[in-house]
Design a protein around this ligand. Structure first.
Ligand code: GAP
Length: 582
C-alpha cells in the first residue's frame, strides 16, 4: 500500500517555484486560481514531454498534427453537447460564501455516486458535510448546474457567441471532411492536436491538477465500425501486460487484475483491439516519461460514469500521495456520436465511401416516367410527380402517389416499369472514433512529484530531482574545475559542441564543484562533466551520473555521442561504468 503524505506536494511546489519550473501567474497582481506559468525549466520540460508524445503519435503511429483555433463559434459546441450539458454540480457555502463542487463535497464525506445524483438528492445528501474552505457544516444548500465553458463574443459589437474550447477534440471532428481527403479517403486515419483547453472550474485548489487553462494532447482515430477489433498493429501490444481495474472489480471492491491486452479483448473486458492498443501505448508512453509502473493503473469507467457518447472508457490514473489516484489520460471509444452530431448541425455529410472488394449485384425495379406527356398534363406539379414516382409501387393499372396532402393516381400508360440488375460499388458509412486524450499538465505534475527525492551526499542532505533524462530540461552540465589555466576554454568548447548537436548543456564555473553538482541535482540534470588538469594531459573528462553519483572518465571526442545515447535511453550509465571508472 502506498503511504499518503502531503509533504511531497509542498516540497515539489516549493522547488518548482524556486528553481523556475512552475509558479503562480501574474503574482504581482495577486495570483488567480486555476492558472499557472511554466518558468524557464518547466516550459522546457513540458516541451520535452509533448515531443515524446509527438514521437509516439505522429512519428510511430503516423497521425499528423493539426492546429485549430482555441475559440470556436457556438454551433460547434451546440453540436458537441457542451452548450447544454458541460456542467458541474455547484453549491455555495452559506457561511463563507465560497462556491463549491457539490459532488466533491459529497465524495469527501464518503457519499458514493454523487456525480450521477439528481441536484435535489445531492443537496439533501450533503447537508451534514463540511465546507472544505471554512470547515463549517454546510446545512441546507441549493445544488445547481454550472456550465464550465468560458464564453465570449466574436467581432466588435457582435452578437455572435463564441466559446473557448473545453477540449481540442472538436476541431478535429469539424475538420473531418478535409482530413478524409488528406488521407486519400481511406480508413483508418487519425489526426492529433496539442494545445490549450479552457474550463471555468468551480474551485480549483489542486495546483497543476485542476486548471482553468491547461494543455491537452488528443488523438482522434477514425475507424470503420466493423474493424474496431482489427487494429493493424495490435500484435505490437497483444502480450503487453498491466493491472486493469475493470468496472466489475470496482463494483465488487476488488483490486486491479493483471492481464495482457489480448486476454482483455478476448474476455470482452476491453471493448475492442483499438481501445486496448491505446491503453497499452499510453502505459508505455507514461513509463517512458518517468512514471513508475507501480504508481500507474488503468481504471474502466463505471457504466453510469461514462460520457453519453462513449461505449468504453479507460482512465490512466497516476497515484499522488497528496491527491490519491489522479485521472491523467482518458481513452474512449466515442462511436459515431460526434460525426453524426456535426453532420446534423452543419448539414455537411460526414461519411466515408467504402468500396466493396467486388461490386455487389442488386435487382431493382425502376419507374421511368413519360416526361413529355406528364409534363404537359401536370405542368407545375410534374417535377414532384417524377420524384414521387421513383419511390412508388406500381400496379398494372398505374401508381398512387402523394404530393403534399394531394393523392394522385398516375395511369400505367404514363410510365414504363423496367426491372434491372445493377452493380453497387460500395456504401457510405459514418466512422467511429477512438480517442486517447492526455492532460499534459497532470503528466508534468506526476513527473515532477515522482522525481522528487532527498538523500545524503558528502554527509549533507541533497535534494535531487530524479527526472528521466529524456524529460530533464538541462541534459548535461559542464564544469571547469577552475575557471582558469585553459580548463574554462576546454569546458566552453565542449558546451558549444553539445549545442551544435541540439543537446542542452549548461556551463557553470561558479563556486565549489560540490555546490555546482547540488544545483544541477536539484533541477534534475542527469549528467555532469568536469574538466580538470588531467583533461589537458589525456583529452578526457569526468562524467558524473546524478542518481548514483558515480563517475567515469571519458574521451572528449566521445562525449556528444555518449550523452546523446544516455539521454535517448539507448545506453545506461551503469554500462559505461562497467567499462571505465575514474
Ligand atoms: N476529449 C476528451 C476529454 O477532454 P477529459 O477527461 O475531460 O476528456 C482529458 O480530459 C484529460 O485532460 C484528463 O484526463 C486530464 O488529464 C486533462 N484535464 C481535464 N480537465 C483538466 C483541468 N481542469 N486541469 C488540468 N487538466 C485537465
Amino acid at each position: 500500500m502506498i503511504q499518503c503524505s502531503d509533504d511531497v506536494f509542498e516540497n515539489v511546489m516549493d522547488l518548482a517555484r524556486r528553481r523556475g519550473f512552475i509558479w503562480p501567474t501574474s503574482e504581482c497582481y495577486g495570483a488567480v486560481a486555476g492558472f499557472i506559468d511554466y518558468g524557464p525549466l518547466g516550459a522546457m520540460m513540458k516541451r520535452r514531454v509533448e515531443n515524446i508524445w509527438r514521437d509516439f503519435y505522429i512519428v510511430r503511429e503516423g497521425y499528423y498534427e493539426i492546429e485549430c483555433p482555441t475559440i470556436a463559434q457556438e454551433a460547434v459546441f451546440i453540436a458537441s453537447g457542451h452548450v447544454k450539458g458541460f456542467s458541474d454540480k455547484m453549491c455555495q457555502c452559506p457561511h463563507c460564501r465560497e462556491y463549491l463542487r457539490a459532488d466533491h463535497v459529497a465524495e469527501a464525506g464518503n457519499i458514493r455516486n454523487a456525480s450521477v445524483m439528481k441536484n435535489e438528492d445531492l443537496a439533501a445528501a450533503i447537508t451534514s458535510c463540511r465546507c472544505p474552505a471554512c470547515d463549517d457544516i454546510l446545512g441546507n444548500v441549493e445544488v445547481f448546474n454550472f456550465n464550465l465553458m468560458f464564453s465570449t463574443t466574436i467581432g466588435p459589437g457582435s452578437q455572435r457567441t463564441g466559446y473557448l474550447r473545453p477540449e481540442t477534440a472538436q476541431g478535429m471532428f469539424v475538420d473531418f471532411s478535409r482530413l478524409l481527403r488528406f488521407y486519400r479517403d481511406k480508413l483508418p486515419f487519425g489526426a492529433v492536436q496539442i494545445g490549450k483547453s479552457y474550463r471555468n472550474e468551480i474551485s480549483p485548489r489542486q495546483g497543476m491538477i485542476r486548471l482553468r487553462e491547461f494543455t491537452q494532447a488528443e488523438a482522434e482515430i477514425f475507424v470503420h465500425p466493423n474493424e474496431k477489433n482489427h487494429h493493424p498493429s495490435f500484435i505490437r501490444y497483444a502480450d503487453y501486460r498491466m493491472p486493469l481495474l475493470t468496472f466489475t472489480r470496482q463494483q465488487n471492491c476488488e483490486d486491479p487484475v493483471e492481464m495482457s491486452m489480448r486476454e482483455a479483448v478476448d474476455k470482452g473486458i476491453i471493448a475492442n483491439e483499438y481501445v486496448a492498443y491505446y491503453v497499452a501505448l499510453t502505459h508505455e508512453l507514461l513509463v517512458t516519461i518517468g512514471i513508475k509502473p507501480e504508481r500507474l493503473r488503468f481504471r474502466q469507467h463505471l457504466p453510469d460514469e461514462r460520457a453519453h457518447y462513449a461505449t468504453d472508457c479507460w482512465d490512466a490514473e497516476v497515484f499522488s500521495p497528496r491527491f490519491g489516484w489522479v485521472e491523467t489520460v482518458g481513452i474512449a471509444d466515442r462511436t459515431d456520436y460526434d460525426l453524426h452530431a456535426h453532420a446534423a448541425q452543419s448539414g455537411t455529410p460526414m461519411t466515408v465511401f467504402i468500396q466493396y472488394d467486388e461490386p455487389k449485384k442488386i435487382s431493382r425495379r425502376r419507374i421511368i416516367p413519360n416526361m413529355s406527356v406528364l409534363g404537359k398534363q401536370y405542368r407545375t406539379k410534374a417535377k414532384a410527380i417524377f420524384a414521387a414516382l421513383e419511390a412508388a409501387i406500381p400496379t398494372p393499372e398505374g401508381a398512387d402517389i402523394e404530393i403534399g396532402d394531394e393523392k394522385i393516381h398516375i395511369p400505367a400508360h404514363l410510365f414504363e416499369v423496367r426491372d434491372e440488375v445493377i452493380d453497387i460499388r460500395g456504401e457510405d458509412i459514418v466512422p467511429h472514433v477512438i480517442e486517447p486524450s492526455y492532460g499534459i499538465d497532470r503528466m508534468c505534475y506526476a513527473v515532477l512529484e515522482q522525481a522528487y527525492d532527498e538523500d545524503i551526499a558528502d554527509g549533507e542532505k541533497r535534494t535531487v530531482m530524479r527526472l528521466s533524462p529524456n524529460v530533464a530540461p538541462v541534459q548535461v552540465a559542464v564544469f571547469p574545475l577552475m575557471a582558469r589555466d585553459g580548463l574554462d576554454i576546454i569546458a566552453d568548447d565542449i558546451t558549444r559542441t553539445f549545442h551544435k548537436k541540439g543537446i542542452l548543456a549548461e556551463y557553470d564555473d561558479n563556486g565549489a564543484i560540490g555546490r555546482r553538482y547540488r544545483r544541477q541535482d536539484e533541477i534534475g540534470t542527469p549528467f555532469a562533466i568536469t574538466v580538470d588538469y588531467t583533461s589537458k594531459e589525456n583529452n578526457t573528462v569526468t562524467l558524473r551520473d546524478r542518481d548514483s553519483m558515480e563517475q567515469v572518465r571519458i574521451l572528449i571526442p566521445e562525449l556528444t555521442e555518449t550523452i546523446g545515447a544516455l539521454v535517448e535511453g539507448c545506453i545506461t550509465f551503469a554500462s559505461l561504468h562497467r567499462n571505465k571508472t575514474v
